[in-house]
Design a protein around this ligand. Sequence first.
Ligand SMILES: C[S@@+](CC[C@H](N)C(=O)[O-])C[C@H]1O[C@@H](n2cnc3c(N)ncnc32)[C@H](O)[C@@H]1O
Length: 285
Amino acid sequence: MSSKPFISALGFNGLTKRYDLLLWTTFPERKIKKALIEQLQLKGNETLLDFGCGTGTLAIMIKEQYPTVNILGIDVDDNVISIAEHKIKTKGLNIPIKRFDGQNLSFAGHQQFDKIVSSFVFHHIPTALKRTLFAQLYRIIKPGGEFYVADFGKLKNFNTKVAFNFFRRVDGKDNTQINAEGLLPEFIKGGGFDDVQILSSYNTLFGTVDLIKATDKQATLRKIKFAKHQNGHFRMWATNLRDVVWNSIEERLEQRNKKFLICNPIMIFLFLSLMLMLLEISFTQ
Ligand SMILES: C[S@@+](CC[C@H](N)C(=O)[O-])C[C@H]1O[C@@H](n2cnc3c(N)ncnc32)[C@H](O)[C@@H]1O
């Protein structure tokens, strides 16, 4: 198709600047992205990665709804990155966009992100590279983190078969093969995620889009177990602290009681009265 090592947003470089308009007029982009954002269930303190962010629409939608999340966008295409940066600047948002080589996520820290999102990217990526990238994305997500993918899956509406086949020619047969066979969830699993589900599907003019959620259930369980373990430690520590505090209070009370017995004027009066009584008794005998 071209000498560049990736497929640009609309298959041809010259069309990139029309990407947003074309999507807006022919595709339920917002509906699918809104559904993805809803699934994220963000609290606002998360660190997110938008993998293959393109013109930045998804990252912008997330940041507008959750201004306190930290979201980083990455993409391979300088053209699309400059459109994203322009949109972000116009909206006065803070979303860094990083260009990377499309293959190597080594710039990202081990277990750096709470959640990773990716919309309409993996049908641009050759089968072998898909495997590598899913394994790398698994490495950079925190234990118990979530990975959301919106992308083309197995065709569910055969009225769109012709358009889907044309679209596959543009984006490359190999790049779209795994998607067309409905094997994307299996491939995501292959990266290390052990729980991968299709949450919903959308029939569009160009084919069926699946919204996929991937997590590492075992890692989530380990995280809960660790938290319980930590909680157990905390409880033990709190009990010890309580005992130490109580013991010292009791000691002090005891000492105070001794002082109380010795220094209290009533006690002195009673003591003297007793002494006098004893003296009187001894004198009268
Ligand atoms: C169809 S566009 C989708 C863009 C955006 N995520 C969206 O939802 O509008 C596909 C994007 O994937 C990017 N891309 C292609 N190969 C990639 C790779 N190996 N790694 C990351 N992004 C890639 C392209 O540059 C393009 O911006």
